[in-house]
Design a protein. Structure first.
Length: 380
């Protein structure tokens, strides 16, 4: 089985420095270095699909551009790349969301993947008119996915749930193919939702031992539902021809972190209700010492950015080794990003992917099969 790799569309802006933001913190000034125009994001998308990435994740939140609208536009400037669209249930009706996904599939040739994000910050949710607490939001997500999945199956749905109610709901046209649902969450209620409803469980880039614990947890919950899931991991990446070059780049990024910015971002993230975010903060503790928390796994990004806060750092061979290590735990899909996203896609795509291909762990998803060489008669 070939590993699946996804890239990232920086809809909050891009830079040669880390662009902070997320989980209630605003995007840092570096996000204005390369504004997230359709033209620039399309450049990244085309590079990603040429290099062999299957899809590209787009974030959601008040700090970035809307994921649905942006990917709909970028899809028209690309050919094969799928879009892992981050979407928060509860802001629109499940019937409308199912219809939007169905339309997206038809207009892009089946290139939608849905990343369901329940929302970990109550103060940000309230800005959108959502006043449920976190556990209630997860229960609503479960009802949302139940409705959406039944609609995608062509069923007529009636549901009077705790948070959502639909009557005689159905789609005029179901999506083909049905979008796969990606989802992450570290709380007990999040695990229950994943076990019942999702296709791929995503975790942020924790050290392998912690990732193994999460996989075992979710596998056990899914087995009780008679289901099996795939597993993915979200990481940044800094890969170069040599380990020294990669760590020099990591240190350059770290030197660009203004101490006051770090302090402000960390104070904001400390208030996060997200269990996953708190696990990210625990990896570095807000300090700059001891940031290599596992060989080639660096927690420095999390000093100024919410959400995914770790990066694989090293030579192409070392990064490939760490990917293989996570794969042995059960990770089959990797969602990567790097600063700046255009250039870093090439570093990874040209440096790491060929090494994984040589090990039989990856093959280009869009490569055309090579025709056998024509037999030329021997002339005596």
């Amino acid at each position: 089985m070939s590993l699946t790799f996804h890239w990232f569309l920086p809809t909050n802006g891009d830079s040669r420095h880390v662009v902070g933001g997320g989980h209630g913190t605003p995007a840092t000034a570096s996000g204005r270095d390369r504004p997230p125009t359709v033209a620039y994001l399309s450049q990244i998308a085309r590079a990603a699909e040429d290099l062999g990435f299957v899809g590209a994740l787009t974030p959601t939140g008040a700090w970035c551009e809307d994921a649905w609208l942006t990917t709909a536009m970028v899809s028209q400037q690309s050919e094969r790349l799928k879009f892992l669209v981050a979407f928060r249930p509860g802001f629109v009706s499940p019937t409308l969301a199912a219809q939007m996904a169905s339309t997206f599939q038809r207009q892009t040739g089946g290139r939608l993947l849905l990343n369901v994000v329940t929302g970990g910050e109550s103060h940000e949710q309230r800005a959108y008119g959502d006043f449920l607490d976190k556990d209630a939001r997860y229960r609503r997500t479960g009802e949302f996915l139940q409705i959406v999945r039944e609609l995608w199956e062509g069923k007529t749905v009636d549901l009077a749930g705790e948070h959502l109610q639909v009557e005689d709901a159905r789609l005029a046209r179901v999506p083909d193919p049905v979008p796969e649902v990606y989802f992450g969450g570290s709380s007990p209620v999040a695990g229950e939702v994943a076990a019942r409803h999702v296709d791929v469980y995503l975790t942020w880039g924790e050290p392998p031992a912690q990732v193994a614990e999460k996989i075992a947890w979710i596998r056990g919950l899914a087995a009780k539902q008679g289901r099996t899931l795939r597993f993915g991991i979200r990481l940044h990446v800094i890969t170069r021809d040599t380990s020294e070059q990669a760590w020099a780049e990591a240190h350059r990024l770290l030197d660009g972190f203004d101490p006051e910015t770090v302090k402000s971002v960390q104070a904001g993230l400390a208030r996060s209700e997200s269990e996953g975010q708190q696990r990210m903060l625990a990896l570095h503790g807000g300090g700059r010492d001891g940031l290599e928390i596992h060989p080639n796994l660096w927690a420095g990004i999390g000093l100024v950015r919410g959400g995914a806060g770790t990066a694989l750092v090293g030579s192409h061979e070392e990064v490939a080794e760490r990917i293989a290590e996570y794969h042995r735990l059960g990770i089959d899909e990797f969602v990567f990003s790097g600063y700046p996203h255009l250039e870093e896609a090439y570093w990874f795509g040209e440096g790491v992917l060929p090494r994984l291909a040589a090990q039989g762990l990856w093959q280009h998803p869009f490569a055309k099969p090579t025709a056998p060489a024509a037999q030329v008669p021997f002339a005596s």
